[in-house]
Design a protein around this ligand. Structure first.
Ligand code: GLU
Length: 291
């Protein structure tokens, strides 16, 4: 089977150093495996998006000479696919409406215990849609980090696939899109290790072959906080990409020879594809928390 990988940024702000690391890691892993590398804009959550960010992200990738294969896919244009799947599951009792509030769930111990599973709520307004969990996944193998364990209560939870405010949940959209795009391996930041179990549950539910996973180390700021668009990580330099590219590659474990570091950007990337080595990746992982 040929390798298909992807980079799937959410356009909540411009590309910052942490997302460049995810872009590069997924790019090198795809190219080192002779594969294709797709880009998908995960514009699922308009209130958290910044106008123009998607375009800016794509421009930044181009300025770093990270050219993707095929057309860019936008999740905002794929609601029908997500909704059709939800409706099919609602009809077959594999998903159900839930009107519990976050506060109520917190009062009951923090994990949702299936309160609305048999209530037959028919009112889609003011309801979230939850998956009736059939295939809890309590561990999976990560290519760099080995076995990742997921707390059983979290693995068993009937998680939300469509939010009460009508937005589709990230876990649902990401899995339906990865399947639809034929993605064979998911490479992304370690902040998404925890939802991976839920995503594998969805593959099982859909009777689809599982993909492999590689979670990259997270770039943090001086206080150990994850760099994210939400905490205003600064946009990376788009006019002079090489210094930032080299820093991001060093972060991914590369030891870049001087003659390569002073070469044109395409040669640096080509050297990166040839010298990409998972054993050099720092194996720092974010802890999985119980809530
Ligand atoms: N859209 C997610 C983010 O920007 C990444 C999703 C994924 O790679 O699975 O954090």
């Amino acid at each position: 089977m040929s390798y298909i990988g992807r980079f799937a940024p959410s356009p909540s702000g411009p590309l910052h150093f942490g997302s460049l690391v995810a872009a590069l890691g997924s790019y090198f892993q795809a190219k080192a495996n002779g594969g294709q590398w797709f880009v998908r804009i995960e514009d699922l959550d308009p209130p958290r998006e910044m106008a123009g960010a998607a375009e800016l992200i794509l421009q930044t990738l181009k300025s770093y000479h990270l050219f993707w294969d095929g057309e860019v896919v936008y999740q905002s244009q794929r609601h029908e696919l997500y909704q059709a799947q939800i409706e099919q599951w609602l009809l077959t009792d594999k998903a159900y409406f839930c009107q519990c509030t976050r506060k109520q769930i917190k009062e009951l111990g923090g994990f949702y215990s299936g309160t609305c599973r048999h209530k037959n709520i028919n009112d889609a307004s003011m309801s979230a849609v939850r998956l009736a969990m059939e295939y809890p996944v309590e561990n999976f193998q990560d290519l760099r980090h080995g076995q990742i364990d997921i707390p059983p209560a979290l693995a068993k939870e009937d998680f939300i696939i469509k939010r009460r405010d009508g937005l589709f949940a990230y876990n649902l959209a990401v899995v339906l899109d990865d399947i639809d795009q034929g993605i064979t391996e998911v490479v992304r930041g370690a902040d998404l290790i925890e939802p991976t179990g839920r995503q594998i549950s969805l593959y099982k539910m859909l009777g689809q072959p599982e993909v492999s996973y590689l979670h990259l180390p997270l770039a943090t700021d001086k206080n150990g906080q994850k760099l994210s668009k939400q905490n205003y990580a600064t946009a990376i330099d788009i006019d002079n990409p090489v210094p930032t590219l080299l820093t991001a590659m060093q972060f991914l474990g590369f030891n870049i020879p001087k003659n390569i570091a002073t070469s044109p950007i395409d040669d640096i990337l080509l050297w990166g594809c040839k010298n990409w080595d998972l054993t050099l990746l720092p194996n720092t992982l974010q802890q999985i928390h119980d809530s």
